[in-house]
Design a protein around this ligand. Structure first.
Ligand SMILES: [Zn+2]
Length: 500
């Protein structure tokens, strides 16, 4: 850091009138980064800790304007250095909802129709009827949402929108408003209609691979499975066999006559064979807070499978037994096929029934990972990348991943995917979980354009955390910190799910 930058912040204060107590690592960092001549160091050892008092004869307020333990200004240039390195890394996105047959957006309505924006607009006052009126054109939909952007311009979700528009569509204004949105709409349309738009987005976003979320009866044809990597999503199998359409789909795609536990296992085995033959890298499921997986004897389930597939309605406790049996069978198949089992734990569906599409579900912090004790103990050979939604759950996840070799921390899911929680969760994980057991981030995107702003957000937080917690607080070199960042951002994805 040059003296000019050092002196750039804060107001002038009387020389030597001000000091800031820092730990020895910060003192060493300051000395190394800013030059010893800017500081006088004097020992103020007390309570057995070695501390330094620093007086800054150049610009005392530079340090004093920061609270103790929040040396942001000190770590900012380092964070920038780390960020530049992390930005050079090409990415794998290990969980998305991309349709590989229509991966990129076709109009701005595909971008602004993302549930984060419709939820926020609805929450701020736009009626669901206006948002979801059947038959409205994409342009009309965007036009209805735009007036509500002003009320959400403080949100990080809005910052993603702005970053996408600036990066992909050449948008230069500070805000998307009722007076400039049509120009933006037309400019974005021209871009999205250009040849190879999908490739342009992938290239600009630096993506090497995009993992999918596939229904169990997805034929997995018509796309390159080496790039768009299939993952078997199993919510329907575990929780919705009570619905006739789900049973029909399962029977149809497996060609198994389902009437007992053995035939259920056969059908599931066929799905795993189909998916693994097509390069599937994971089995995945989202789980409600009250679910507690357990082994259920086949004899208990024999009659239940027969009953449900003959159209008889099961009781709640029978459905719970069936769910546990199917879930347990999936874990056994993950063991057999060496597939990681992604668990996304803690979502209650349809909490806000009048909410917009995909804007009805919320988490419930009463969930505990203790409910997964039997599973985690029973399948030491299966890797469970786990995503959670609440702060409490993250603290549990950090501890479970610290103790259980088969538990891996996975990204920042849904309501946790905002900077304040990403930062807290990232710091806790980096401080306490083996570095090889952390998958830093996934975008959860529905359209390709979202990977860029979401990963950019994560990288900035990761760089800031590495600079503060590792370089400044623990005296790590920038190179060593960058290595750690690259491991959680990409290296672990390949180690856990398989190489590109
Ligand atoms: Zn998802």
């Amino acid at each position: 850091m040059c003296q000019k930058q050092l002196c750039g912040g804060g107001s002038a204060t009387k020389k030597g009138s001000c000091f800031h107590v820092v730990c020895k690592w910060r003192a060493q960092f300051l000395k190394a980064k800013m030059g010893a001549n800017h500081f006088r160091f004097s020992n103020v050892s007390r309570l057995g800790t070695h501390r330094h008092r620093i007086e800054d004869p150049v610009q005392p307020s530079f340090l004093c304007s920061q609270s103790l333990g929040n040396c942001l200004i000190m770590s900012q240039p380092v964070a920038q250095e780390i960020l530049t390195e992390l930005e050079s890394l090409r990415l794998i996105d290990p969980h998305t909802h991309i349709n590989p047959l229509a991966a990129a957006s076709e109009t701005l309505a595909d971008v602004m129709g993302y549930h984060y924006y419709t939820e926020l607009a609805h929450s701020a006052g736009l009626s669901r009827d206006q948002i979801e009126e059947p038959g409205i054109s994409p342009k009309e939909k965007v036009g209805r949402l735009v007036p509500w952007l002003a009320s959400m311009e403080n949100t990080v979700q809005y910052s993603w929108l702005l970053e996408m528009c600036q990066t992909f569509f050449g948008f230069c204004d500070e805000r998307i408003t009722e007076s400039n949105w049509e120009t933006l709409y037309d400019a974005s349309l021209a871009k999205m209609q250009s040849p190879n738009w999908e490739q342009q987005v992938l290239e600009q976003s630096g993506l090497d691979q995009v993992y999918l979320t596939n229904d169990f009866d997805d034929p997995l044809t018509g796309f390159d499975t080496a790039f768009y990597v299939p993952c078997l999503r199993t919510d329907d199998l575990v929780f919705h066999l009570g619905k006739p359409e789900v049973r029909e789909r399962l029977q149809k795609c497996t060609d198994v006559n389902l009437d007992d536990s053995a035939s259920m296992k056969d059908a599931l085995a066929k799905l795993f064979a189909h998916f693994t033959e097509n390069n599937a890298r994971a089995c995945a499921i989202s789980l409600p807070p009250n679910f507690a997986p357990r082994a259920v004897p086949a004899s208990t389930v024999d009659t239940l499978v027969g009953k449900v597939f003959s159209g008889t309605e099961l009781t709640e406790s029978e459905l719970e037994s069936l769910s546990c049996f199917v879930f347990w069978s999936l874990a056994e198949l993950c063991a057999e096929h060496k597939l990681p089992f992604d668990l996304m734990i803690g979502v209650n569906r349809r909490v806000f029934e009048a909410g917009v599409f995909q804007g009805q579900d919320l988490y419930d912090k009463r969930v505990s990972l203790i409910q997964y004790k039997e599973l985690l103990n029973a399948f030491p050979q299966v890797t469970f990348p786990i995503s959670v939604l609440s702060e409490t759950s993250n603290q549990e996840l950090v501890s479970y991943s610290w103790i259980f070799p088969n538990v891996v921390t996975n990204g920042h899911w849904w309501y946790s995917n905002i900077p304040v929680f990403i930062e807290n969760h990232t710091r806790a994980r980096l401080q306490a979980v083996p570095k090889t057991k952390q998958i830093g981030y996934y975008s959860d995107m529905y359209k390709l354009e979202f990977a860029l702003p979401k990963f950019a957000m994560y990288r900035r937080i990761l760089a800031k955390t590495l600079a503060q917690d590792f370089v400044v607080d623990r005296g790590w070199s920038v190179e060593k910190s960058v290595e750690l960042g690259k491991l959680v951002l990409r290296g672990n994805v390949e180690a856990i799910f398989g190489p590109v």
